[in-house]
Design a binder for this molecule. Structure first.
Ligand SMILES: [Zn+2]
Length: 406
């Protein structure tokens, strides 16, 4: 079975160390390079869709989470509050970013012209998972969430949710996520929920309308405590269903934080808060991507995109020069000098590096390199500028294939 924990170790993506603590993985340079490429992509995608990014702390006063309802409804999944001294406020490691984003909205007066206001952050939060359930990147205590809260007028909700579903589809296509199903997560019996029946019914109706053209399953009992949601599910290597992407409607937090805007007639109104994550947490996403791609990521987020292999010592200078030019062009590149060429080609394939650029005596003399692809394909030697151009074109297109189209 493909296990992201074993591949994570073999490919040096992340480490777990008992000294650091269970459920607190350490991202090694290769894993961090992939994650940063994905984070940059997500911020770019969101910026182009009208999102504004913020930075908020993963720690906040107890009162913030009392107002948000988290301490009332979600305390079992939170670390206990901390107090430094008698004179200090109790502090809480946040279990979600929503309370801080409500404060971003509230930082000044808002009018209908500001809406929809889309507040985004790839931010840290914590869950008090029991040690028995922790493993690799899929169940962790420190979580980095691709999150946003879209504050909008009620009549804007339908359009907003369908735009979010479009962004989710774009992110899945670029990352190589293969959705296994869409779920409408609703209230169930016996759980604790905030808000009244009319609000829940209205929110469910809005989500159903946004799913008009989509096949989905009904999931009673899977809603968040503050509202129903659309969940997009994937299957992990063991065939278990995971939620990667989610869109939730919330009428409750705008009440709790007394959020408002002035409409075109100057009347004070309550916005609706849409919680959404395009790809979930960086931890769960990478656990999934490692398994679904078996470590062979698309070139755009491969930790090392190209390794340069001089055939002999005489080509070392040309290889270093090629690596320098490719690095300056924005690629993540290494030079591998040691051992036989065959062993180095096999090692590059073992590390799932998309491209190996082989530089022999003739190539060095001509200013060329011969590309060998991770999947075994080999190209005729190309001028160095064309080698860099080819790899950059595939990266820029965020293509899953290793050759540009055409
Ligand atoms: Zn939220």
């Amino acid at each position: 079975m493909i296990d992201h924990r074993r591949l994570g170790r073999d490919l040096d993506l992340f480490a777990t160390d008992p000294l650091a603590g269970a459920g607190l993985p350490i991202w090694l340079p290769a894993g961090a390079a992939a994650r940063h490429a994905i984070e940059e992509y997500l911020r770019d995608l969101e910026r182009r869709a009208g999102y504004q990014h913020v930075c908020t702390p993963p720690l906040g006063r107890r009162e913030l989470f009392e107002i948000s309802g988290h301490l009332g409804y979600f305390a079992a999944e939170m670390f206990p509050p901390m107090r430094l001294g008698e004179a200090d406020d109790e502090l809480v490691l946040r279990p979600a970013l929503c309370p801080h984003h409500a404060l971003v909205y509230r930082a000044r007066g808002r009018s209908y012209r500001d809406l929809p206001m889309r507040v985004a952050e790839i931010g840290g939060m914590y869950r008090a998972e029991r040690s028995g359930v922790l493993g690799g990147l899929s169940r962790v205590r420190a979580i980095t969430l691709n999150d946003a809260h879209n504050f909008c007028a009620l009549e804007q909700v339908g359009q907003e949710v369908s735009e979010i579903l479009g962004l989710i589809r774009a992110a899945h296509a670029a990352l190589g996520v293969r959705p296994a199903g869409v779920r409408l997560s609703r209230r169930g019996p016996g759980e604790k929920y905030v808000g009244d029946d009319a609000e829940w019914a209205r929110a469910e109706e809005l989500l159903r309308a946004a799913l008009d053209q989509v096949t989905y399953t009904d999931a009673p009992g899977e809603a968040a405590f503050y509202g129903p949601k659309i969940d997009i599910q994937v299957l992990d290597a063991a065939g278990r269903e995971l939620t990667i992407s989610t869109v939730q409607l919330d009428f409750d937090k705008p009440e709790r934080f007394d959020l408002s805007y002035h409409d075109s007639g100057g009347v004070r109104r309550r916005p609706v808060m849409v919680h959404r994550s395009l790809v979930g947490s960086m931890e769960r996403l990478l656990a999934y991507l490692i398994e679904v791609h078996q470590g062979a990521f698309p070139a755009w987020y491969a930790p090392v995109q190209m390794v340069v292999l001089p055939v002999g010592d005489g080509q070392a200078g040309a290889a270093v020069d090629l690596a320098r030019r490719a690095t300056e062009a924005g690629l993540r590149v290494e030079v591998d000098h040691g051992g036989s060429l065959g062993a180095r080609v096999r090692d590059a394939a073992r590390r799932r590096i998309p491209y190996a650029a082989v530089v022999g005596a003739r190539e060095a003399a001509d200013g060329r390199a011969a590309l060998r692809l991770r999947d075994g394909r080999a190209l005729e030697p190309l001028p160095v500028a064309e080698v860099i151009g080819l790899v950059n074109a595939v990266v820029a297109a965020r293509s899953g294939d290793l050759l540009p189209p055409g």
